[in-house]
Design a binder for this molecule. Structure first.
Ligand SMILES: Cc1ncc(C[n+]2csc(CCOP(=O)(O)O)c2C)c(N)n1
Ligand SMILES: [Mg+2]
Length: 272
C-alpha cells in the first residue's frame, strides 16, 4: 500500500456522460424527465423516473443493458488499473447512485480496484423496481453546507475519509472531478494534496474565480488520455518525494544513533 488516496467523481470523470441522463435518454423518457425537472430535486426525480420505468414494464435487466453501453474514454480503465497496481487507495464520491455505479464498475471489471463507493443508495426492491434514496436524509436534517445540493455534501464525505485515515500514515490525496458538487471537496485538501479539475467544466470555472481558495496543487485535464497522463505523473512525483523523505529520515536515524555506534569496538560507516 502506498500513502496515496485517490478520490474519483463518477459522472463525466470516470465515465464520459451523466449516468442518470444516459439511462433516461436511452430508454426514451427524456420528455417526461424534462417536464418533471422544474418540480422536484434531482435525486427525488431520479427515484420517480425509476418508478415510471417500472410502471412502463422496463425491467432491471433492461436498465443494466443500457448501463453496460455507457460511454467511457479508452484510457480510463488502464489509468485506474495502474493506480491500483501501484498500491494507491482508490475511492468514489458521486452524486449518481450505488446501483448504476456498481453495475458499471463490475461490467468494466474494475469494481475491485476501489475500497469504497460513497453515493446515494440505490437498490432493487421486492417488486423489481429500482429505488434511489438521498445520501443525506434532508427531511431529517440539513447537512448545512451552502455550496452543495441538499442530498449530498462531498466536502463532508472528504472530512470523514480524512478523519478515519490515521495521521501517522501521512496520506496524500488526489481528487478528480468535473461538476459544481466537486468544488466543496476541492476546498478541503492541504497544500501537499492535489486537485484535478476537468478543464472548462463547472468545477474548473468555480476554481478559476479565486484559485487561491484551493490550498492543494491544481492540475487540470481535458479527456481520459490527459487524465491518465496527469494522474501517473502525480503518483510518480508523490512516490519520489515520499521515498526521498524515507531516505532522509533513515539518515537522521543513523545520526541519532551515533552513541550506539560509539559503543562498537570498530565504528564502521554504514553509508559510503
Ligand atoms: C443544472 C443542474 N441541475 C442538476 C444537476 C444534478 N445532476 C446532474 S448529473 C448528476 C450526477 C452527478 O454525479 P457525479 O457526482 O458522479 O458527477 C447530478 C446530481 C446538475 N449537475 N446540474
Ligand atoms: Mg461528475
Amino acid at each position: 500500500m502506498s500513502n496515496i488516496v485517490i478520490v474519483f467523481d463518477f459522472d463525466k470523470t470516470i465515465i464520459d456522460c451523466d449516468s442518470d441522463n444516459w439511462v433516461v435518454d436511452e430508454l426514451g423518457f427524456t420528455d417526461l424527465f424534462n417536464h418533471l425537472l422544474p418540480t422536484m430535486p434531482w435525486n427525488s426525480l431520479m427515484d420517480r423516473m425509476m418508478m415510471e420505468l417500472h410502471s412502463h414494464g422496463i425491467t432491471i435487466q433492461a436498465i443494466e443493458n443500457v448501463l453496460h453501453r455507457i460511454p467511457i474514454h479508452p484510457r480510463i480503465i488502464p489509468a485506474i488499473k495502474s493506480a491500483h497496481a501501484l498500491g494507491c487507495d482508490l475511492r468514489v464520491v458521486s452524486d449518481a447512485n450505488a446501483f448504476f455505479i456498481e453495475t458499471i464498475l463490475k461490467h468494466l471489471g474494475i469494481r475491485e480496484c476501489f475500497t469504497e463507493i460513497n453515493t446515494n443508495p440505490g437498490y432493487v426492491n421486492q417488486k423489481g423496481r429500482l429505488t434511489i434514496l438521498p445520501y443525506h436524509d434532508f427531511n431529517k436534517a440539513s447537512h448545512g453546507c451552502p455550496l452543495c445540493p441538499p442530498n449530498m455534501c462531498k466536502g463532508l464525505i472528504i472530512d470523514r475519509i480524512q478523519n478515519t485515515i490515521s495521521e501517522v500514515d501521512n496520506k496524500r490525496f488526489i481528487y478528480l472531478g468535473d461538476g459544481a458538487g466537486d468544488y466543496c471537496p476541492s476546498l478541503r485538501f492541504r497544500d501537499m494534496d492535489f486537485v484535478m479539475p476537468r478543464k472548462n467544466f463547472p468545477v474548473w470555472d468555480l476554481i478559476c474565480k479565486d484559485p487561491s481558495l484551493v490550498k492543494a496543487e491544481i492540475h487540470a485535464w481535458t479527456d481520459g488520455q490527459e487524465l491518465e497522463q496527469v494522474l501517473m505523473k502525480l503518483i510518480n512525483k508523490i512516490m519520489i518525494e515520499e521515498n526521498a523523505k524515507f531516505i532522509s529520515s533513515d539518515c537522521k536515524l543513523q545520526t541519532l544513533s551515533t552513541p550506539v555506534f560509539e559503543t562498537l569496538p570498530k565504528p564502521v560507516s554504514v553509508r559510503q
